[in-house]
Design a protein around this ligand. Structure first.
Ligand SMILES: [Zn+2]
Ligand SMILES: [Zn+2]
Length: 344
């Protein structure tokens, strides 16, 4: 089969790799219908040194089950399924409490003999614990929306849930990428009354307004903090969803959070230390968040997509064929595209 391999920074190729086969009785083989490129794929795309073992890329996909191992019971050949961005057994203590990203037998796609999501097919370990069947056909118009259940919608929702967003509250979302825009959707789903979106890309913040943002602050740093405080009677908002992962974004989050409030960070941190010292201690600020256990949220969020309440697939603004995947990476890396679908 054909799959996307990263050989070194900036060098993405589509090459032949071994066809996936059932190896364990809990495996499934899935023919991929829709994959996409993630903001987090851009970190190795920017920095991976030349390697003899190119990385198989992609961790968000929808596909059709082709074959299942003898112990798989919840999905069968022909089912349209979505995969979260990590696989998990669904049975260990962590999975049972909804923290599938800490699964004792789970792991990431594209390494250790597991396929990536930007290819024609994938072997899915622990198919029962990983995949969720979708009640749609593989030609459904909802597939791009449902594909966001792999990562960005669940990640935005994780930010809102761990921050404790409740009905009637004010929330600031830091970042206008696909996760930030998904966090706007999530805050609205949880009933937030005021949603301030901090971002400076007009097309993205316009989409954020359509998703439910009530205010947009384009300024960053101290100026951005002052603007949010001015909008909120000088106090900031009780919930802040940090969806970038850079230290400046977290510093900004501490600036706009209300005393006694909560910051949830779901942007993969590109900094070694958290800038929370004595001043933040005096303000009783809580820092929470982390990697989103997407699998735990898929069944909860899917109905809102199926009934048309939310259209998170609007974050996809470009589609490329698998053979054009290198162009898709370039588009996202150069910020010409917000999020790119890869169609095998
Ligand atoms: Zn992702
Ligand atoms: Zn587990």
């Amino acid at each position: 089969m054909r799959a996307t391999l990263l050989h070194q920074a900036g060098d993405v190729r589509v090459e032949n790799v071994a066809d996936p086969k059932i190896q364990q009785p809990t495996d499934a083989v899935v023919r991929i219908v829709l994959g996409c490129i993630c903001g987090s794929d851009l970190w190795p795309y920017k920095s991976l040194p030349l390697t003899d073992h190119p990385r198989q890329m992609g961790h968000e996909f929808i596909g059709v089950v082709e074959e299942t191992g003898p112990q798989v019971t919840t999905v069968k050949a022909g089912d349209v399924v979505v995969a979260p961005f990590t696989y998990s057994d669904g049975t260990c203590a962590y999975c049972r409490e909804g923290l599938h990203t800490s699964c004792e037998h789970g792991g990431p796609w594209g390494v250790n003999g597991v396929d990536g999501g930007q290819g024609q097919a994938a072997r899915v370990p622990y198919a029962d614990g990983t995949l969720v069947a979708l009640p749609v056909g593989e030609d459904s118009d909802l597939l791009p929306d449902l594909l966001t259940l792999s990562d960005v919608l669940c990640t935005g929702y994780h930010a809102a849930r761990t921050a404790g967003v409740r009905a009637g509250e004010s929330v600031t979302v830091v970042g206008d990428g696909a996760v930030g825009l998904s966090a706007v959707i999530a805050a609205k789903l949880l009933g937030a009354e005021r949603i301030i979106l901090m971002g400076r890309h007009r097309a993205r913040t316009d989409l954020g307004r359509e998703f439910g943002a009530t205010d947009v602050v384009a300024a960053r740093g101290a100026e951005g903090v002052a603007a949010v405080r001015e909008l909120t009677g000088g106090q900031g908002t009780g919930r802040v969803l940090e969806c970038v992962g850079l230290k400046d974004a977290l510093v900004q989050a501490t600036g706009v959070v209300r005393d006694g409030g909560t910051i949830s960070r779901v942007g993969a941190p590109q900094y070694p230390e958290v800038p929370l010292g004595f001043p933040e201690f005096l303000r009783n600020i809580t820092l929470t968040g982390g990697v989103a256990p997407a699998r735990a949220y898929i069944r909860e969020l899917m109905p809102h997509i199926l009934d048309g309440t939310i259209r998170p697939g609007r974050v996809f603004d470009r589609t490329v064929a698998l053979d054009e995947v290198a162009e898709g990476y370039r588009l996202m890396n150069d910020r010409e595209a917000l999020k790119v679908i890869v169609r095998p």
